[in-house]
Design a protein around this ligand. Structure first.
Ligand code: 1CP
Length: 335
């Protein structure tokens, strides 16, 4: 496994071509996923090790990507800790009692590692099946988790989240400290069970200015990343072009970049960091000539970094033709 392309690239070692995997590679773009999920709720499917194993393997079998990402969700550890929430089809996570006060934060339970034993079990099943393919574990970063808990669900502008951050910074920091504990516990369970790398998703951090990111978010994400040692750590957010230097200070080995910032520009902003990204997920809907040209551009720009893991700039969209993803993988592998 030390020879796995993804692990080599994450350490900045020479690779014949970039390793490739796709955020949200498991899921609704695959007919075999839609078939398997029929009649089974999202959170229920995350709690069943047999289903997690099968859904995680589906894109590996189909696309021959260099890494699998554990099928789960960023809110799984919150529910396991006892937060009343659901993942509603077509919407996303919905929280029954959003957090607004210090009393709400104090009643947020800690995560008992045994409460996510189903994740450790799924990882054991996966490691027996995966062979040379790397397995990536993941968790949500404190800011992105806080956004769901404070807003009560998906949000465009994160108004309540920012209002809490600016209006009650003590409550905000107490909330993020608790979320950092939950995230760290969740990642440690995955690392102990044997995942080869982890990704911290701070998907919505790009909503913040650099100054606010540094003041309200960076210390908490840093505590999470510094608490996980001995395996490559990837740190990703959307719209974070202006935050890349600050995010890189949180301590990850690999910095994820969305499609807005060319990788050669990103490499200049975070010298010495391995990069992950950054084909625009919408390009997959373009004619193949454009997909090929854009894929080659991303590979060429990625050469400016000490290492490059090919990915999309954000997750695979549900309507994506999976055959295009398979073609992109084979193009990268022959590049
Ligand atoms: O029924 C379904 O299929 C629900 C759709 C779905 C899926 C397939 C959700 C609800 N979560 C997932 C799986 C999931 N979530 C994975 C699977 C592994 C893979 O990548 O293949 C991962 C990594 C996540 C992580 C996740 N969940 C993030 C971070 C990644 C990102 O896309 O930025 C976020 C923000 C969530 C919250 C969430 N869960 C589900 C949805 C639709 C959302 C987003 C809601 C919103 O727009 O705010």
């Amino acid at each position: 496994m030390t020879d796995n392309l993804l692990l080599r690239a994450a350490r900045g070692q020479a690779v014949p071509h970039p390793p490739v995997w796709f955020m949200r590679q498991a899921g609704r773009s695959l007919p075999e996923y839609r078939e398997l999920r029929k009649g089974i709720g999202m959170l229920e499917s995350c709690r069943r090790p047999d289903l997690v194993c099968e859904i995680t393997l589906q894109p590996v079998r189909r696309h021959h990507v260099d890494a699998a990402i554990l099928f789960s969700d960023i809110v799984v550890p919150l529910q396991a800790a006892g937060v009343d929430l659901d993942i509603v089809a077509g919407t996303g996570p919905v929280v029954a009692s959003p957090i607004a006060t210090m009393a709400d934060v104090s009643s947020l339970p800690a995560l008992d590692p045994d409460a996510v034993g189903f994740v450790a079990e799924a990882i054991r099943l996966l490691l027996a099946e995966l062979g040379p393919t790397a397995l990536i574990g993941f968790a949500g970063a404190p800011f992105t988790l806080a956004s769901y808990l404070v807003e009560g669900g998906p949000s465009r502008h994160h108004v309540k989240t920012k209002a809490l951050m600016y209006g009650a910074p003590d409550v905000w920091h107490a909330l993020c400290a608790r979320l950092a504990d939950i995230t760290l516990t969740f990642l440690r369970v995955q690392a102990d069970a044997g995942v080869h790398a982890v990704q911290l998703f701070d998907s919505w951090a790009g909503a913040l200015s650099e100054a606010d990111y540094r003041r309200y978010v960076l210390p908490h994400s840093r505590r999470v990343l510094e608490g996980i040692q001995g395996l490559p750590r990837i740190h990703f957010g959307v719209g974070t072009g202006e935050l890349l230097p600050a995010m890189s200070e949180a301590g990850a080995d690999v910095v994820g970049v969305d499609w807005r910032t060319p990788l050669d520009v990103a490499a200049g902003r975070v010298p010495g960091k391995v990069l992950q990204g950054n084909l625009d997920p919408c390009v997959l809907f373009a004619p193949w000539e454009v997909v090929e040209q854009e894929t080659r551009r991303v590979i060429a720009e990625g050469r400016k970094a000490p290492g490059h893991i090919f990915n999309l700039g954000h997750g695979v969209m549900p309507e994506t033709d999976p055959d295009v993803l398979t073609r992109v993988v084979s193009l990268i592998h022959s590049s």
